[in-house]
Design a protein around this ligand. Sequence first.
Ligand code: FCB
Length: 453
Amino acid sequence: MTSSDRNFPNDFVWGTSSSAFQIEGATREDGRGESVWDRFCARSGAIADHSNADIACDHYHRYSEDIDLMAALGTQAYRFSLAWPRIIPDGHGAINADGIDFYDRLIDRLLAAGIEPWICLHHWDLPQAIEDRGGWRNRDTADWFGEYTAVVAGKFSDRVRRFAPINEPNVLIWVGYNAGIHAPGQRPRDECIAAIHHINLAHGKAIKSLRDVDADLICGNIVTMAPVVAPGSAADQIAAAELTDCLWRRVMVDPLMLGRYPDLLADEIAPYILDDDMALISQPLDFFGLNHYNRLYAAQDPSCSFGVGETSPPEGVATTDMGWQIDGLALLEQLRDVRDRYNNPEIYVTENGAAFPDEQNSAGQVIDQPRVDFLYEYLCAVHDAIGEGIKVRGYFEWSLLDNFEWSLGYSKRFGLVHVDYATQKRTPKSSFWYLKEVFAANELLPPTRDYRP
Ligand code: FCB
């Protein structure tokens, strides 16, 4: 490869991603309402290290310092989520002016630093008041989400142009409703089916709200996708993989991109579909937000609502601290799948990254070579995809900071920046200095140099 072969396109967007609940803290400050994740954290045994996100990275108070870090990294765009219960504490009805003020300050500070804000409207922290009224099982929630979106668009679209409604709705269903490991906890299969349709409908209502406020807003989805592997070749094992693939990859994407539900679940979902729903859900999008972590090894699992779940990768493969297989080819395969199945949309990798058991050395540094190697492998996959004509337009690393990793609490570190939770001190890791050079050169740089300040 020559140097120019290793370049990314001139207009390629480099950024990082985060979510409100995982970094903000200040869960009881300035009028924020309770979310399903606050409630879930209080449930005995729900969070591995018995923690909660009351303080998290204290980003609510330290956002300015964090934006300085983003600027030092050379970040062009920052994808973050808004906490619905911070803006509308009960989910619908009264607006909390202090919540709006916080995001105003955040957006203005990003713009002043030359970083483009990309807003995700919802990253799993549903207002508890809405959950108490049936949450996503209740069709009204789609309307309330549309109303909340209109509020957000009305307040922020003068400065923010990129929006996506709901982060990884498929994980919400698969890990939350089906397996019960995420909030709001496990639900029976018929309630999962209702929720699937109502979340898709909420996406459609949000897209309409955004475009009603400003037809030129740039709107997309955000979903996590990866190839699914069957647990074996017996008929029931193949069937388990097909159902997993349908729930994991297709049921929250086919309706948006193809205007229909996959055959395997279409009959079950049909009773929930009203006249104009599919047209709303399948409004054309401006970009496809793809999160990608790992190939999914399907398993029959009677403890899950659909009787299918996830198992570990085969013995001997390289994994991250999450037990997720390190395999850049899975990303390339997934990018090809999106191109082929969904008519070659413009794609942004809206999340990709890895947890490793990072530690500070005696000099206070965090030398996270495994993350540097990981990033190189996955950036090679993105680069190869572009070479194949797949329209990958940007890459957002997950995540700038170590943060609250849902049911695993603070036990997993995903950051380019180490966070000492006792002092809230931030320390950029080697991977930060590596990506800083990649972002600046717009080029695939070797992982083998010693990257430091
Ligand atoms: C994704 C989530 C994100 C983070 C990463 C590790 O599925 O969207 O919040 O937890 O996984």
